[in-house]
Design a protein around this ligand. Structure first.
Ligand SMILES: Nc1nc2c(ncn2[C@@H]2O[C@H](COP(=O)(O)OP(=O)(O)OP(=O)(O)O)[C@@H](O)[C@H]2O)c(=O)[nH]1
Ligand SMILES: [Mg+2]
Length: 442
């Protein structure tokens, strides 16, 4: 299918060293010829950077640039493409872009370059989505997972599981086609065994907690009664004086959040208002916010003050502790007046024990089995979940002794959901929705 030629600024807006204008489509050669003049006798050699000028309609200079001519099909979109490297900032790239439009190109829609790569069969839908996930990755783990997906990790997994499902379906078909030759109870037993294995593989890949940690990061909340040193600990963990610290209880009023990287996972660390009964309306709102932050946290660091006896407020927090909690005994540089079994002993003031806390936090937010092997895309997880439900239905119907061909209907459904992940039978609507979330120029 002949598609019009698209163009866009592919670099982020704002000041920078260079800005790149790229184009793709059947008219790419003519458009590049019309807006680029190589220096001297230089001619455009495919895939080689050429120095020259971007020029306007009357040959006037628009910018000093480097241009590359990329004839298809060995390109990102599989079409003829070009890229022009202009000076950074908003003006030069805009002028060159306007010129390509004057020559007949059209501004690309978000993700349209990648959409063409998909429509032209270079990559499947899950790999196209990986491009966007990689651009938006906020941590080392997220980038690793996206890169693995881009290399075909998700597609490979879908293919493998689909083949296994097809194997099960073939056995069921043999049963119904040749009932005299196949032992049905034996076939049912084998199918159940295989389905259990497929089931476990999909569940392992699609662990939603890991996916969320990789995609969005973890949330860690520092909680405790006033004046125990939460803000001091926040600053010690960030290695900067971010939160206000005073000897006045009730200093922190709002939730204060900063990002840190823990073992390649992005974590949001929040300091909160000290939790106590208070008549001050502002402080009360702060305490309510602290409680809400604790509710939504992946990890709660309960901070106690070693230099004071434990109070009813400390006991209340310890009473509410659960599997997400880490108990820390702060101010261990001062004479001891309290303790707590299993607590991490530290001092935000001297830094003693802070490294140990970082290690523990890193352990708590780590993704089991490695980030690369996890499915992280929301769309993929939803479809994998639906296929899992269909497989479960098949398992149940076999276990209930129903005819095997009923299970086959469920397995066919499971297969359909899986193939939507790679976009094999994705509708135009699904495809459009996927690419809408992309940025222009990608
Ligand atoms: N000696 C000593 N003092 C500390 C330590 N950590 C905090 N402090 C002191 O304890 C007081 C309270 O510290 P903050 O960090 O403001 O305590 P907070 O828990 O954030 O208090 P609120 O915001 O009121 O809830 C300050 O005077 C800090 O200097 C520590 O490890 N050792
Ligand atoms: Mg504070």
């Amino acid at each position: 299918m002949e598609r019009d030629t698209i163009c866009a600024v592919a670099t982020a807006p704002g000041e920078g060293g260079i800005a790149i204008v790229r184009g793709s489509g059947a008219e790419a050669a003519r458009i590049l010829g019309g807006c680029f003049r190589p220096e001297g006798k230089g001619a455009l050699v495919p895939r080689r950077m050429t120095y020259g000028r971007a020029v306007g309609a009357k040959g006037e200079e628009l910018d000093e640039v480097l241009a590359v001519w990329l004839p298809g099909p060995g390109t990102y979109t599989r079409e003829d493409m070009f890229e022009i490297q202009c000076h950074g900032g908003s003006v030069c790239a805009r002028r060159v872009l306007d010129r390509t439009i004057a020559l007949g190109a059209r501004i690309a829609e978000p993700g349209e370059f990648t959409k063409r790569a998909f429509l032209n069969g270079r990559i499947d839908l899950s790999r196209a989505e990986a491009v966007m996930a990689l651009v938006g990755a906020n941590s080392e783990a997220a980038a690793r997972a996206s890169l693995r997906q881009l290399e075909g990790g998700v597609s490979g997994f879908v293919r493998k599981v689909s083949d296994q499902l097809k194997g099960c379906m073939a056995r069921i078909e043999a049963c119904t086609d040749f009932p005299e030759e196949v032992d049905e109870p034996e076939a049912a037993r084998l199918t159940l065994e295989e389905l259990a294995q497929i089931h476990a593989e999909i569940e392992d890949r699609c662990d939603p907690r890991s996916a969320r940690l990789i995609r969005e990061g973890a949330s860690i909340v520092l909680a405790g009664r006033p004046n125990v040193g939460k803000s001091s600990l926040m600053n010690a963990l960030l290695r900067q004086e971010r939160a206000i610290v005073t000897e006045v209880p009730g200093t922190t009023r709002d939730v204060l959040t900063e990002r840190i990287q823990l073992g390649g996972i992005c974590a949001e660390l929040s300091d909160t208002a000290g939790q106590r009964e208070t008549g001050d309306p502002v402080e009360r709102i702060g305490v309510e916010r602290a409680e809400r932050a604790v509710e939504g946290a992946d990890v709660v660091v309960i901070v106690l003050d070693a230099s004071e006896p434990l109070t009813a407020e400390d006991e209340a927090l310890l009473g509410a502790a659960d599997g997400r909690s880490i108990v820390c005994l702060n101010k261990c540089d001062l004479p001891r007046r309290s303790g707590h079994p299993g607590a991490l002993e530290l001092s935000a003031a001297t830094g003693m024990g802070v490294e140990k806390l970082i290690e523990e936090l890193t352990r708590r937010v780590a993704v089991a089995g490695g980030a690369e092997e996890r499915m992280t895309g929301e769309r993929h997880l939803r479809l994998a979940g639906l296929s899992l439900e269909a497989i479960e239905a098949a398992e149940e119907s076999i276990r209930a002794g129903m005819p095997l061909d009923l299970a086959e209907i469920d397995l066919r459904r499971a297969l359909g959901f899986l193939s939507e992940i790679t976009g094999e039978d994705a509708s135009e609507e699904v495809i459009d929705r996927v690419f809408q979330s992309f940025c222009v120029g990608k």
